[in-house]
Design a protein around this ligand. Sequence first.
Ligand SMILES: NC(=O)c1ccc[n+]([C@@H]2O[C@H](COP(=O)([O-])OP(=O)(O)OC[C@H]3O[C@@H](n4cnc5c(N)ncnc54)[C@H](OP(=O)(O)O)[C@@H]3O)[C@@H](O)[C@H]2O)c1
Length: 298
Amino acid sequence: MRVAVTGANGLLGGAAVMQLRPEHEVLALGRGPARLPPGRYRWADTDLGDGVSVERALRGFGAEAVLHAGAATDVDGCERDPDLAWRVNVGGTEQVARACRALGARLVAVSTDYVFDGTAGPYGEEAIPNPRGVYARTKRCAEEAALLLAPRCAVARVAVVFSGRAGAKSTFATQVVEKLSRGEQVRAFSDQIVSPTLAEHGAEMCLELLLASDHLGVLHTSGATALDRVELARRIARRFGLEGEIVPVLTADVRLAAPRPLRVGLVTGRAAALLKAKPLPIDEAIDRFHRQWVERGR
Ligand SMILES: NC(=O)c1ccc[n+]([C@@H]2O[C@H](COP(=O)([O-])OP(=O)(O)OC[C@H]3O[C@@H](n4cnc5c(N)ncnc54)[C@H](OP(=O)(O)O)[C@@H]3O)[C@@H](O)[C@H]2O)c1
């Protein structure tokens, strides 16, 4: 099958490209040159924000299935540059969805727990979104654009994506390891409850949803455990055998450009029932993260 992945230099998109089996023809789309290890994929340097290049590349490739994992993901950056956020997150998703419609392709568009306001989590798929802030609003509109324009579309919501693989970008989880290893303290929000998603496992769930399921509509494909970030940092520290100070911080006490939803765990029972790759409990995800970390040190 001809399978395309946007955001291929990113945490989740990159993991997906590396997992696609050799029987597939793979087009990886990202801006600039590939930063992935070499593999059996073609690369398309395309911009989700330019209105044309992603759609053109997908049509030229004749994609039969598209995992749309590319997005402007810097939440505070989106707040400061809303035009860019709307262009990339909504306009970019429109490009992808238009191509999928024209090609009759299956689409999985990756979205976020931030579509919720965080007053009453954990949230199931049926809960009514109430996005706050530019990133959250653009991602919610992107969900609708994908579902409206592409008839064979599922929206896969993930949260707090992290990975320990070599080359993966810095995240809260990797910073916990790096700071505690250097003897520095870690500051963590005690009032943000989230469902962290190991990128490689989120990618596995999204690919199964894309290639082996005809589920339509929203599915929560995050990790299975909702916990606050202090507890997440403590569990990572414990698994890595690191001691050190983890300082609880309240979101309201830190100046951030964009609002943060506080209680936004995701309920993942539907994905557990539908997919072979079940949402991972957090300690299992941290075990795998630890193995990735050891591996990259070799
Ligand atoms: N990261 C999280 O904690 C998180 C949480 C909830 C939901 N999500 C969602 O999960 C999906 C995957 O994100 P991720 O975690 O893999 O984040 P990521 O590592 O930031 O990946 C996003 C990718 O999109 C690319 N991108 C940004 N602007 C672009 C543009 N104008 N044209 C082409 N590509 C562009 C980025 O390119 P560069 O590599 O060049 O920057 C990056 O590779 C996204 O839909 C995101 O909204 C992420």
